[in-house]
Design a protein around this ligand. Structure first.
Ligand code: SF4
Length: 212
């Protein structure tokens, strides 16, 4: 059994952080301008991935989904369901974070970056699609002109997240695959869909859904 962090053992700063999250309703205006500080990509390998993220990134890098998993993904199995997160380096920085000579940070897979990164600092935890949170730790929050939240992008992310778990549930719980085998099966299916031209695999289509 994996380690379990008891709620009453959470550090004070965690409670403080969750209390400071800025709640918004989809349709509200928000202000954010990226400062290219790279902080959001340096805080640990904590970007969770769906099979759609993995297939897009692997195709962008012209490698197989299996090769991508081996090199860049940590898989954690909890209650039969595999969860994928991006690996970081020994300092917790994302393996795709690069730095220009000027010190400016950049993501080397930016057009195919995971949906969580695409949406950051907007955090979509409520899958009803009605409420989101802004992460107050981002120095870009509160900068720039007020603009609406990217509703279509948020809706698409919710679709991908639901679909990801629906497919895993189908193969693992209903069809009886072992968790890792089930994950491979779902990735293989998603890869085939992408090869046949599924809209979610088209980076221009995704870019057209709006941005944060
Ligand atoms: S994939 Fe790109 S945007 Fe996402 S954490 Fe890594 S460097 Fe940052």
């Amino acid at each position: 059994m994996g380690a379990c962090l008891m709620v009453d053992a959470l550090p004070d700063e965690y409670e403080d952080y969750t209390r400071r999250l800025i709640g918004l309703r989809v349709g509200d205006l928000f202000r954010f301008r990226c400062t290219r500080c790279g902080r959001c990509c340096s805080g640990g390998p904590n970007v969770s991935l769906t099979v759609f993220d993995v297939v897009r990134m692997a195709r962008f890098l012209s490698i197989s989904w299996k090769g991508f998993l081996r090199a860049y993904v940590k898989v954690i199995i909890a209650d039969l369901i595999p969860h994928m997160v991006l690996r970081g380096d020994d300092k917790g920085r994302c393996l795709f974070l690069a730095e220009k000579a000027s010190g400016e940070k950049l993501c080397v897979i930016y057009p195919a970056r995971p949906m969580r990164c695409r949406l950051y600092p907007v955090l979509v935890e409520d899958l009803s699609g009605e409420r989101v949170f802004l992460d107050p730790r981002s120095p870009g929050v509160g900068r720039g002109s007020p603009r609406p939240l990217p509703r279509r992008l948020i809706e698409h992310y919710i679709w991908e997240r639901r679909e990801h778990y629906r497919r895993l549930y189908r193969v693992i719980v209903e069809e009886g695959f072992l968790p890792i085998r089930g994950l491979y099966r779902v990735l293989e299916e998603a890869w085939e869909e992408a090869e046949k031209g599924a809209p979610w695999a088209d980076l221009d289509y995704l870019a057209g859904l709006g941005s944060v």
